[in-house]
Every structure is written in C-alpha cells, then in structure tokens.
Design a protein around this ligand. Sequence first.
Ligand code: C2E
Ligand code: MG
Ligand code: MG
Length: 697
Amino acid sequence: MNNTQSAAHGLAVHALLDALPDEIAVLGPDGTILAVNRAWRRFAARHGAGGAEAVGAVGSNYLAACHQGSTAGQAHAGISAVLAGASERFQMEYALPTAEGERWFGMSVTPLEAGWRGALVAHTDTTERRRAEAGQRIAAIAFDSPEGMMVTDADGIILQVNASFSRITGYSSAEAVGRTPGMLSSGRHDAAFYQGMWAAIGANGRWQGEVWNRRKNGEVYPELLNIAAVRDGSGAVTHYVASLNDITLSKAASDQIKNLAFYDPLTHLPNRRMLLERLAQALPAAHSSGHHGALMIIDLDDFKTLNETLGHSTGDLLLQKVAARLHACLRQGDTVARLGGDEFVVLVEGLSAQQREAGTQCEALAGKVLAALSRPYGLGPHQCHSTPSIGITLFSGGVEQHADEVLAQADIAMYQAKQAGRNGIRFFDQSMQDSISDRVRLENELRHAIDTQQFELYYQLQVNRLHQPVGAEALIRWRQPDGSTVSPARFIPLAEETGMILQLGQWVLESACAQLRAWRSEPAMAALTLAVNVSARQFHQSDFCEQVCSAVQRYGIDPGLLKLELTEGVLLDNTDDTIASMQALRRLGVRFSLDDFGTGYSSLQYLKRLPLDQLKIDQSFVRDLVNDGNDQAIVLTIIAMARSLNLDVIAEGVETDGQCALLGQLGCQSYQGYLFSKPVPAAALARLVQQGIPGAI
Ligand code: C2E
Ligand code: MG
Ligand code: MG
C-alpha cells in the first residue's frame, strides 16, 4: 500500500468508525490510545468531567486510566491480557455515574488484525437493554402471581396464560392458547353485559367487574375480572391483559352476610331492614308515578297460645307455611316481609291513582290474604286453625311521607283490627293518627309543665246530711302559661302511662299536707278532712308509705284528716302487697276512700279484707238517679253493702236538690258536687266555709 493509498485507507477506516454508534478506540501495544471515533469523543466530552478529561484522549494511556476501583482493576487486567496476546477477547459490563444518573456500559476488547499489535476497545451503552431485561423478569414474576392472568392479542386470541389461570379455570396453557376467552363463558350474562364491558374498555382502556364463568369441569363460579388494553405508540390496541380472581368463597361469605342482614332466617323473607329500604324507595316512586301503594301488616291471632301449647317448632312451622301462603297470594313485584314474631308485612305498589279505587283493590287483596291464611294448617301431627288481623294503610308518597310513619300507621290499623274482634281487616284513618300526634304533643307539654310548676290544687267541698262542711277533695289543675286549663281527666292517665304521675303525685301529697297544716290555725277549717287522689302507679311505689309518713310528720298534721282516694283498679293488682301497704298507712292513722265505686269489679269478699273507711258512689250513678230506677237500685245496693262492711258512703257529682234528697232517702251520709261547690282555690273554699253553705242546717 503506498502512502496515498494508506492515507485514503486511513480516512475510510475513520469514516467507518465514526459511523458506528458504539464508542470505539484503537490502543497501541502499551495501551496508548492511537485513534478514537466520533462517538468516543462525544462520550469523553460529555462524561469526562473534571480531572478525568484526559481519560480517553488520543495519546493518553488507557491502561493507566484503568487503575482505580474494582471494575477498573478488572478492566486493566483484561485489556493487558489482550494486548499481551494472552487472551482473544475481553468483555465486561460496568456502571458509571453520569449526570443523567447511573448508566451501564458493556466494554469489548479484541486484538487488532494480524501484523498490528494493539487492541480495539468498543463501549456500548447497555442501560436500556438491562432495563428491558429487568422489566421482563419482573413481568415474568408478576405473571406468575396467584391471580389468573391471560394475555390475548388485539383479536382476543389467547397468547399466554399463567399457572393460576390453569388452576382456576381447569384449562392448561396448551388448551387455552390459540382459543378465545369465550370458552369460559357461563351463559349467565346477556349480550348487553359484554357490550357494556367492551364499551368501557374502549373508552377507559380498562374494565373491572364480577362475572360468572364456567370451569373446564362445567362448574360455574364467580370471578373478579380486570381487563386492560395494551396500546402501541400510535394508540392502537395490540393486546389485552386480563387478571381474574376466583371469588367463590368471598362471594359466598358476602352473600351470607347480606342474607343475615336483610332476610329472616326462618322464613327467608326480607326482614324489617330490607322492608324499610324498599318502602323508602316505594314512597318517592308512588309520588312520581301518581299511583298509590299500600302497606299491610298481618298479625296472627293467638299465635302465642299456639306456640306455648304445641311448642316452638310447631310455631316455626306455622310461620313458614304462612310465609309460603302469603307469597302465593301476591304478584311478582310485591314484597312480603317478616317483621319478627308473628308479624308479616306486605308492600304493594302500582295501585290505582284514585284513592278510593286503590282502597278497593287493596281490600280485595287483603280479603284474599285473609282467606288464604285462615285455611287449616297441617303442622306435623297437628291440624291447626289460625286467623290473621290485617291493618292497611295507603300511601301516595306526597308531603314527605317517611317509611317509619307509614309502618306505624299500618300498625295502628292492625291493632284496631285486633280490637275489633280479630280475623278482620282495618284501614288506617287520619283521625286516629291525629289523636296519637295530640298525645305526643301533650306528653311534651306535660313534661315541661312539671319542670316549670304549672300546677295548682283546687278544693271541692264535701258536706254531711245536714249540708255542713266536713271536708274537701283536692283536685289538681294544670294552668298553662296562656291561662287555659287542661282537665286532669286528660293528663292524669297520660302521666300514669309515662310515669310522670310519680312526681305529680308527690307534689299533690305535699301541697295537701301543707294545706291541712295551714287550716290547723283557722278554727272553721281545722276539723276538715282532705281527700287526696292516689293513682295506681303512685300507690304501688315501694316507698309510698314512707312518702306519706314523712309528709305527715314534716307538716305536723293529724293523719286522721288525710284521706287517700284509691280506685278499684289500684286494689286489683298485687292484692297482698296492697293490703299490707294499706294496713301500714292505716296504723299511721291515715284513712281510705274507694273512689268511683260501682264502676269496677270489686267483690264483697274482697272489700272485706281491705282496711277501708269510705265508699264513694261514682257520679255516673248519681247523674240520672232521679229518673233511672236501675241506678236507684245500684245506689241502694252500694249503701247496703257499705253498711254491712261498716263503711261511710259519700256520693260525688251531686248537682241538684232532687239528687241530694233521693240520696238522703236511700241512706247516703255525705255529698260532694256542684250543688254545694265547684272545685275552687283554697282561699275561695275558706270563704265558702266561713260564710256557710246555702241550705245548710
Ligand atoms: P275524681 O277523683 O272522681 O274527681 C271527681 C271529678 O268530678 C272532678 O273532676 C270534679 O271536678 C268532678 N265533679 C265534682 N262535682 C261534680 C258535679 O257536680 N258534676 C260534675 N259533672 N262533675 C263534678 P276533675 O277535677 O276534672 O278530675 C277528674 C279526675 O282526675 C278525678 O276524678 C281524678 O280521678 C283525677 N284527679 C284529679 N286530681 C288528681 C290528683 O291530684 N291525683 C290523681 N292521681 N288524680 C287526680
Ligand atoms: Mg277522687
Ligand atoms: Mg270519682
């Protein structure tokens, strides 16, 4: 090769080397860099920062640069071996910290062609390749997860499945690859389901949901399916990756939880919670559609007796049969639920928009239910009869009706049906509801009245045969802030029911004792007895005797002037305890009068055992006494009975001279009523007593 040729050759080699993407250097036998290509120069300029700038420059010694660090030492040994002709090739990979973070390089050192001593060093950036390999390894491990995995191509042909896929579906990889996921289809989902799924994948690139699939052995199972579309750089779908989880167990568990929460385990009917949920949906639906709905509460008559006499398992059997018969009576969309015990509920929707017509439709259905449930039941060896009572309320969802309210209305109607003699149907009516609302309001007001002391005691005079004052009855008055008064006939029973009577009664007792104390210092009043009404709940308190005793002592009054008025109702329960309490109070000196006598059921035998002082003839016998022979006979009997028991008799509600005269003839000894005085405040009573009663002898 002549010089020109060799120069041309040198240029060609340079051009060739410069065109290569790898960084290449030619080393002389001692490691001096004889030539480098463009990639090498660019690399050295970019990464040869600081004092390392000389590294890689032509004329520098490459071996000398490879002295430090473990990989550098390894490179030095490897390159030296190639230069010395001891090795055919040296390769290594090493990491280099760069401005863009750590990068990896592969170095390959090969001897120059024969005749030339030296070596060719080639560097390649292997960072991307290594990352791709790591990614593949991670993907391989991920693919080997406990979830079933399946990769399909864009046409849905299965390319790859993992071991979990085979475990879940029963199909081996060989059986699955080449087919489509359609082989797993259970047939439980319709075309619309799959259309929705593919639409979601198209729009969002993924879909997740529960699907029913079929295993190779034919078993249908639930799985949680996740599908993701894989797209290439241009956005075209290249693959689909699906992961599937067998949720047979967790679905069974959650179904069971749902069952427990929303269904009655005995009859498998929806329970109260589920019913309230459906009702809550039915109300607005009725409102928007304009159609009426109805709620029916069905309670079995005398179920308790059957349960107790034939045993609970027979009772359960009856409930199951009732559930089945109710089901048979209803249309597809109706709901029948069991509230608990022997109470069932039927929710019917889509009745007529006309209230009257809806009522008729509903009544017809209730009649059908009544007939179905009244047929005899074969319960094991027993043949039983059972009848239901049915309460119905219609709803139209207007005026913010609440599910609880509607249920309460049906309940009220059902109780009405029961009270009307069972085996019947009753519709809820608004007036019934109003009286209940009134009651709630009254209860709140009463509570407030107790807190703010809105009560007063009035006194109604009691006179003897000569119409001379002998005592008074204390009658409570509730004066509301606006000045109006509420009758005790209205609020006393409510106070009884709610227990507020205990506080009220205590207050009355204290006030009455305080009044007796005040009368002690007024000669005209000092001998008057004071009757105090005591209600059942108050009397049956365990410390009632102590309360009375303590009040008597505190006010320093003569206990003989205090008369407790009990009603027959009080005396009927807890007979022995009642008698013991009365006797204890009697020993204290307190007296007893039996109020409203004649309206209860007291037998003579029973009355004999009680330490009573007085019978009070109820005003209902006095009212028509003059004209009603029957009432005359009753009053006569009461008086005869009192005499035989050695008791006083007083008549209440005496309004006319005629009544008073007749009572006197029949043997009555004292009177109380408007004829002598209405109940009045203490001061007015005192004036009355001091002025004298008109007609008093
Ligand atoms: P009661 O104990 O039988 O009281 C008699 C009721 O008849 C009183 O009604 C009285 O105002 C009324 N009355 C009296 N004379 C006549 C009359 O000539 N004609 C008519 N038509 N009525 C007459 P009041 O005050 O409304 O009390 C009603 C009931 O409330 C009482 O019946 C009693 O059961 C209860 N009550 C009143 N105050 C108390 C109390 O302090 N404690 C308890 N536990 N109950 C009370
Ligand atoms: Mg009374
Ligand atoms: Mg009375």
